[in-house]
Design a protein around this ligand. Structure first.
Ligand code: HMH
Length: 221
């Protein structure tokens, strides 16, 4: 069994909770209060800034150019995600540069990114990539499942482009390359290592759930 299949089996216990999270369901039916989305965009923008730096931390552990090229490609694609989704949204929402610079990450946001950075710094390339996986994979999952269930989500005037970004071919490709790389690197790991990686992944699943909770609770308050 591939490591990604084992990880998916773990995620199946948690990911369905994202699909019925009020932040997600209200984005899907267009009823999410804009202030909540605004808060989310700002926090998520800060989150992704840390996330790309974790790729940079992993690059320092890589010892061949092919690996470095892969990692820097994923890093660049994540920056692409912010240019495709966050920056246009922030413009539309009237968020200024000053506001971006004066926004502080919520402690749940910091807890998540600092945890990932710590695992990436103390572990090897595979550990680092598994740490980053839930972020990438769960968004592809959420967008795909929601759009399957309610295709109108894509046409919502406020939140349609959020779904469009995460069901896009380019996002799916970047995510699939990450999964494939993790499977390639984990061909010969022992049970104990596999279990350790599963625990990291599961923790990140819960951090993402907490992120949805946090932006839903904080936005507009
Ligand atoms: C909190 C969070 N998790 C995952 C993603 C997917 O990139 C994101 N943008 N933000």
């Amino acid at each position: 069994m591939k490591l990604s299949q084992t990880l998916y089996a773990r995620a199946e216990k948690i990911w369905p909770r994202y699909l019925c999270h009020p932040f997600v369901t209200q984005m899907a039916d267009g009823t999410l209060p804009p202030e909540k989305f605004r808060y989310y965009m700002l926090q998520d923008y800060l989150y992704l800034k840390d996330y790309v730096k974790i790729f940079a931390a992993i690059i320092q552990k890589a010892d061949d150019f092919e690996q470095i090229r892969f990692l820097s490609g994923e890093l660049a694609d994540t920056i692409g995600e912010t240019f495709r989704t966050h920056i246009p949204y922030m413009k539309r929402l009237g968020i200024t540069e000053e506001e971006i610079h004066s926004t502080r990450p919520h402690m749940d946001n910091n807890a998540y990114t600092h945890y990932m950075l710590w695992e990436a710094q103390t572990g090897d390339v595979l550990t680092g990539l598994v740490t980053l996986l839930n972020c990438s994979w769960s968004y592809a999952y959420v967008a795909e499942k929601i759009v399957e269930r309610c295709p109108d989500a894509l046409r919502d005037k406020r939140y349609g482009s959020w779904f469009a970004g995460y069901v896009s071919e380019s996002y799916r490709r970047t995510n699939q390359m990450l999964i494939d790389r993790i499977d390639a690197l984990s061909g010969f790991i022992d049970e104990k290592t596999a279990e350790h990686l599963c625990e990291i992944f599961e923790k990140c699943c819960l951090f993402d759930l907490r992120f949805w909770d946090m932006v839903y609770a904080m936005g507009g308050n």
